[in-house]
Design a protein around this ligand. Structure first.
Ligand code: GRF
Length: 211
């Protein structure tokens, strides 16, 4: 059984996609053991509660300094004892202590085709605003492993989405979520749960064919 901890900050639609995929069997042999949010008002926590999953809030606001928050986040993750950590709309920079403790076992969903439209300042709606202002005709989403650099670790899955005439950032964000994010993240978790993902010495991922 793959034990998964999911880190969230907002609406939790990616979390919901994972919950639903486990329920309908698209993801096998996997259990979400804890949902952690930095935002106590995140609707994602209500989604966790509705699914009977333990939800906890670890907020920087509750600590006197960043190091204390980082240590509390690490403690909460270690308590959950996950095999995999999934960042699903998590708007917090993952501290080095977490990356060190779970190296190679953290994945993130980014709402663009890395290496395009990623890095500092490229999160949430801002990503889609930049895609539209640049005039890109195709965008999409990426699931990648997380390392010390923002949106930089080995790419696992990507899916392209057309930009359409008259798109607003909100309309484009929704299309990227529906047509890419909500498909890729459950699929990535399923592949990892099946033991079909490996990362080679050059930091490139390889997915073993389904037997
Ligand atoms: C999504 O656009 C996701 O790509 C980004 O955070 C946003 C919120 O996702 N990482 P969710 O609805 O909270 O899953």
């Amino acid at each position: 059984m793959l034990r998964v901890a999911v880190c969230v900050s907002g609406g939790g639609t990616n979390l919901q996609a994972i919950i639903d995929a486990i329920k309908n069997g698209k993801i096998q042999n996997t259990q979400i053991v804890r949902v952690i949010s930095n935002n106590k008002n995140a609707y994602a926590l209500k989604r966790a509660e509705a699914a009977g999953i333990e939800g906890v809030c670890v907020s920087p606001r509750d600590f006197d300094n960043r190091e204390l928050f980082n240590n509390a986040l690490l403690k909460s993750l270690k308590e959950a004892d996950p095999d995999l950590i999934v960042l699903a709309g998590f708007m917090v920079a993952v501290p080095a202590c977490v990356i060190d403790a779970f190296r190679g076992r953290i994945i993130n969903i980014h709402p663009a085709l890395i290496p395009a439209f990623c890095g500092k300042g490229y999160y949430g709606l801002h990503v889609h605003e930049k895609v539209l202002s640049r005039g890109a005709k195709v965008t999409g989403a990426t699931v990648h492993f997380v390392d010390e650099d923002l949106d930089h670790g080995p790419i696992l899955l990507q899916k392209a989405v057309d930009v359409k005439e008259g798109d607003t950032p909100e309309v484009l964000q929704r299309r990227v979520m529906e047509e890419a994010e909500w498909i890729l993240l459950p699929r990535a978790i399923s592949l990892i749960a099946q033991g079909r993902v490996m990362i080679d010495e050059n930091g490139l991922t390889h997915i073993k064919e389904d037997e």
